[in-house]
Design a protein around this ligand. Sequence first.
Ligand code: NAD
Length: 244
Amino acid sequence: MRFTDKVVMVTGGAQGIGKETAKRFLQEGASVVICDYDKAAGVAALEEFNSDKVDFYKVDVTDSAQIGQMVESTINKHGRIDVLINNAGITLDGFLTKMDESAWEKVIAVNLSGVFKCTKAVAPHMLKQGSGVILNASSVIGLYGNIGQTNYAATKAGVIGLTKSWAKEFGPKGIRVNAVAPGFIETGMTAAVPQKVLDLMKDKTPLRRLGRPEDIASAYLYLASDEANYINGTILSVDGGLVV
Ligand code: NAD
């Protein structure tokens, strides 16, 4: 029960890694706020959690006004936000020559600007508290690039840049900022990846399996916990050794 009395906000918390992360924080005593733009998935997640310690907000992380309302309601209810996990993300893959500007802009808007907007809304409260943890979803793709993922790779590399900047900016104020760089994880996001590519990734991974949402959730819980009190500005690869 590492998070008793802590308030944890998870964006994109209705499915995949975000949902598993929310579940694990609940199990460890936190009050959890999830947001997602998929209302049906959010309501289904709430039913699955079956807990009075979780709230769902239908929020699109590209919309500052919606984010602001969620943060205000959370502060009114709990008085604080201890952990922000900027998890919401999308892919719109394609070779550069076939990627239209809207695919570029949409992925930037969610994966990069969404992280900026959510953190901008939450950070003032953490600064007032003099404590907090901000965790961002990067990716192996942000570290090493990938064919057909110009937009996604740019956002996940961008997340590394802002993570390190915020670690320096907020560290002196008692707020730690880190990122997780997952490998290929079995979620809705990778369901769209052709099976032969996933098999190739499995073969390339020393642990010989794809990751599971719980593998990434465990990393978030560790980085948010007091056990990670001296970890700031790091990008933790959780990829079974894929990129070793
Ligand atoms: P997922 O598609 O299963 O879940 C993402 C969730 O984010 C969904 O519930 C979706 O509705 C929500 N979301 C998307 N856009 C949103 C928006 N604008 N506003 C609010 N919610 C929004 O994906 P996942 O695999 O769980 O990925 C979670 C994060 O981890 C993403 O940032 C992703 O880039 C990153 N990641 C995933 C993998 C992987 O292999 N699955 C690898 C590396 C990084």
